[in-house]
Design a protein around this ligand. Structure first.
Ligand code: SF4
Length: 469
């Protein structure tokens, strides 16, 4: 069979990571990420003997006409999309277009929009045949091996009925999946923001033991962390270097630094590999899972940046979102990163239902004091399926229409702040942290040392200025 995996034409969103859906054009210092989910599924389909194509239309700068031409040329039997809430109507339109070209085509979608109300979605969208519910890798692997009826974790149509198959247990091992099919990805389109060099994402672990009320990670991947073996991760990195000339990596893991022994084992494996010294990488972390020894290993193995979900600048708020961390832990984490010579990327949120301007200003002020190297301020999005979404529904608090609401664009206000106020506060936050004289001085110093970084800092600086002024 012919399988066609794609992100539809339109806005440039971060799609593959279901817990974060945002338009890249609105972000301060982030570039497009490769379609790792499509590449994983394509590798599984190929392994099962099917022909496969991958297209990321927004990243490749391609249009709806290109999409139609591809459908006519490739003649897919199965069309697989990673859908997101913010562009859901357009996403489904892509299936409708394909159905007009080939009424017999099978359309399949994965993504966060399917955590709740699948029957309603299927009823409203007759152009959608199959939904993957939950973590896609084990479900899709079973789908290509067994077909629809015996595949756990999917929802599909049988005649006029909508059938919900039993869920897929989260007992798989990440090492059992094939490496993502990067040979079919336009790898040069996905770059490290500061150097412009190709960068790819490596799925290092999945699942999160914490309970942050706004987060989809544990809804999708469960509370138990599933880690890949260091040998498997490094083998994939070596393949990226030797076959695709990619030397920059983003380790995708809900909590990369949670287990010190695993971090040390992975760093040791990287240091033993022939690619050691030729590669750089970044990872996500929580502020309470860093220490000097872990960071020393990470730095030695090529880590140059750690992204931290600080979220709020007041402890009462951190308790309300059940983050399980404190402002003082965030301060300690930043200071450990500085001592280790690793850059920091601080992530903050604003616009929780109880927040007034006073609380948001506390977060902005705290962010400024932390002196991160890079910042992002996300407008709070109550994703269906999260604890906070359920709480809002229980308490009669309106949830915004996801079609127009994402982390960088408020489609609706909160009980205390209008959408316009949220947008203005986000801009104020970005102006406060990025236009500080000390911050600008530090960046200028770096630019003076590295001309290539200077070009990219200027490019991102211009984009940031357009967004915040
Ligand atoms: S620590 Fe919290 S925000 Fe981070 S992945 Fe886990 S639940 Fe989500």
């Amino acid at each position: 069979m012919n399988y066609f995996f794609f992100y539809p034409p339109g806005g440039q969103y971060i799609r593959g990571e279901d817990r974060c859906q945002v338009a890249v054009s609105d972000l301060a210092a982030t570039s497009m990420r490769p379609p790792l989910d499509l590449a994983y599924m394509a590798a599984m389909a190929r392994q099962a003997g099917h022909r496969v194509w991958i297209r990321d239309y927004p990243a490749e700068g391609k249009s709806w006409q290109d999409y139609i031409r591809d459908l006519q040329d490739c003649k897919p039997d199965v069309l697989v999309m990673s859908a997101i809430s913010s562009s859901f109507a357009d996403d489904m339109q892509a299936f409708a277009v394909a159905r007009e070209i080939n009424p017999a085509i099978l359309t399949l979608a994965k993504g966060a929009p399917f955590l709740e109300g699948v029957e309603e979605v299927m009823t409203r969208h007759p152009e959608l045949d199959v939904i993957i519910r939950g973590e896609y890798k084990p479900i899709f692997q079973e789908f290509v091996r067994t077909g629809i009826e015996d595949c756990r974790g999917i929802v599909y149509r049988r005649a006029d009925q909508i059938v919900i198959n039993p869920p897929m247990p989260l007992t798989y091992a990440l090492d059992d999946f094939p490496f993502p099919c990067r040979a079919l990805v336009a790898n040069e389109r996905y770059v490290r923001p500061d150097t412009g060099e190709p960068q790819t994402t490596i799925q290092a672990a999945e699942g999160c033991p914490y309970h942050c009320t706004y987060c989809l990670a544990y809804q999708l991947d469960g509370h138990r962390i599933k880690r890949r073996s260091p040998e498997s991760i490094v083998a994939e990195m070596e393949c990226c270097v030797t076959q695709h000339n990619i030397r920059n990596f983003f380790f995708r893991a809900d909590t990369f630094t949670a287990n010190a022994a695993w971090v040390k084992a992975l760093c040791t494996q990287i240091l033993k590999s022939p690619i050691s010294g030729q590669i750089s990488w970044v990872a996500n972390s929580r502020v309470d899972t860093l220490d000097a020894e872990r960071l020393q290993w990470m730095k030695a193995a090529g880590c140059w940046l750690v992204a931290l979900g600080v979220e709020l600048g007041y402890d009462e708020g951190l308790k309300r979102i059940r983050k399980g961390t404190t402002c003082s832990q965030a301060e300690t984490a930043m200071s450990l990163l500085r001592q280790a010579g690793i850059k920091s990327y601080g992530f903050f949120m604003l616009g929780f239902p109880w927040e007034r301007k006073t609380e948001v200003m506390q977060t902005i002020e705290f962010a400024k004091q932390l002196r991160c190297d890079f910042y992002e301020f996300s407008i709070f999005v109550p994703y269906p399926g999260t604890e906070i979404y359920k709480e809002m529904r229980r308490n009669g608090i309106a949830v915004p229409d996801m079609q127009n609401h994402h982390h960088a664009r408020a489609g609706a206000g909160t009980p205390h702040l209008t959408a316009e106020e949220l947008m203005q506060l986000r801009k104020l936050a970005l102006r406060t942290v990025y236009l500080r004289p000390a911050y600008l001085f530090d960046r200028l110093r770096e630019m003076a040392k590295d001309r290539r970084a200077a070009v990219n800092y200027c490019r991102y600086g211009m984009k940031l200025l357009r967004n915040i002024i």
